[in-house]
Design a protein around this ligand. Structure first.
Ligand SMILES: N[C@H](CCC[C@H](N)C(=O)O)C(=O)O
Length: 277
């Protein structure tokens, strides 16, 4: 089976063209392929499939085999992949996901793709949509997140997938490996959650580290950067256009007057290969 290995600021994926390759058990394949010793190694597996309502369907599987509703960094990678592999002549692409239709736009310099700007859609703020337990019509801003012997205050946002954003004075002081999985699987989150620790640098910049649902610590998270922007604006910490500094690089995010969040950043293809099935 042919594959392409791509990343968005270090958040890396194996991309498989499901229009050409026959894939049966996506979840099992994701666990095998994402293993960094016994497989190719990646944070996730992305399968391209046909769509009736968009140019393509993008299905995303975390390295633990769970399927995610949406993935921001993967949407940039897929947009570049379908253009450069000749699957579409378009630079404005639509992708059907479990979170709805996502619209990445390729940006060029001297005929080379330099970055991708993605319309991530509208953030979902009510507990029922995220989901977070409690009154489904209530927001979840600065709510207590109680672990056995630690209490955090989080702002929960969905970009189609759930995020719990916790503002701290120093992200480097957070033991993400210990705390991340406890919050990811807290009873507060019926479908688990991605966990972002955020240090506000000024009204236009934040530093964010992420423990991803189903994948653990990653170097970048596009939906996480988008949810972080929404949380920072809702708690009046930043303006509506910021740079998110992540371990793997920067993402630019903006909350437009149309209530859509736009996320921009690079997407790189690292290598192509053949995986025995
Ligand atoms: N682990 C995430 C999916 C990948 C999201 C992230 N890699 C991004 O760039 O948005 C989840 O289960 O919701």
């Amino acid at each position: 089976m042919q594959f392409s290995k791509m990343h968005g600021q270090g958040n890396d994926f194996v991309i498989i063209d499901g229009l050409k390759e026959k894939v049966n058990n996506f979840s099992q394949l994701a666990q095998q392929i994402c293993d960094r010793h016994f497989g190719i190694g990646a944070d996730g597996l992305v399968i391209l499939l046909p769509s009736q309502q968009a140019d393509f369907t993008m299905r995303i599987f975390n390295s633990d085999g769970s399927e995610a509703e949406m993935c921001g960094n993967a949407s940039r990678c897929v947009a570049r992949y379908v253009y450069e592999h000749g699957l579409t002549p378009k630079n404005k692409i639509s992708l059907e996901t479990l979170a709805g239709i996502i619209k990445p736009e390729l940006l060029f310099e001297n005929d080379r793709v330099t970055s991708v700007r993605v319309d991530m859609g509208e953030p979902r703020l009510n507990r029922g949509e995220i989901p977070v337990t409690g009154d489904k019509n209530e927001k979840a801003i600065n709510i207590p997140v109680q672990l056995e012997n630690q209490l955090f205050y989080g702002t929960c946002i969905s970009m189609g997938n759930p995020h719990c954003i916790i503002f701290v004075d120093n992200v480097d002081a957070v033991d993400l490996t210990a705390i991340g999985p406890k919050i990811e699987t807290a009873p507060l989150f019926p479908r688990k959650t991605n966990v972002e620790f955020v240090q506000v640098l000024n009204r236009h910049e934040v530093r964010m580290r992420v423990w991803e649902r189903g994948a653990g610590i990653t170097l970048a998270c596009g939906t996480g950067a988008s949810a972080t922007l929404a949380a920072a604006v809702l708690t009046t910490k930043t303006e509506r256009r910021i740079t998110v500094h992540l371990d793997g690089g920067d993402l630019a995010v903006e909350w437009g007057n149309d209530n859509h969040i736009y996320m921009s950043g690079p997407a790189q293809e690292v290598f192509r290969g053949e995986y025995p099935v």
